[in-house]
Design a protein around this ligand. Sequence first.
Ligand SMILES: [Zn+2]
Length: 197
Amino acid sequence: MDTTGDTHKSVNSPFYRNKKGQFTSKKRWLNNVKLRGSKRKRPRDVYMSTLKGRRIVELATLAEELWCTKCNIGLSLRDTVSETHNCFASTLEVNCRVCGTHYKINTCKSFNKESGKSTYPINGQIVVGMYDIGIGPHKLNDFLSCSDIPTVNPSLLKKYEDEIANIINQCTKENIEQAIDAEKLATIAANKIEEVI
Ligand SMILES: [Zn+2]
């Protein structure tokens, strides 16, 4: 039995059947095949809808990642089948068009944490930028939206912002303590010099 979409035709039989298995004319059978073919998502539709809009991408990282190690040839973004957003970075699922191997492509540098999860420096860097220019998650999302870049869950940005604020506060505290220590040493040194004089 030769199967084309939901319609069937016996190889050695002049009879045509619809998807319910009922006999039908050749003309109607062909029309059904064409109709179902036109409704199917073509590869171009897949990558065009998946990769719609703009992204923040590290070009050197992407160039390194888009490579089939089996065929030793470049992979094409046209063979992207899905995308997972990791805050500002993305992981694209791309198939090699020669051997069909499935690859997970990172658009930005990532590091594996002890928990096994990946972390992306770009996320921290953008949140530092957001903190530095004095805007909050909602304003940042407004900017992303105007730039046709996927927005990020504000609660996730707030979490990053809190982590970074803690680090900045810790660094500031250490700097102040170091300054106090340096002041103390300078005072002691000055007193000693006065005693000698
Ligand atoms: Zn390949």
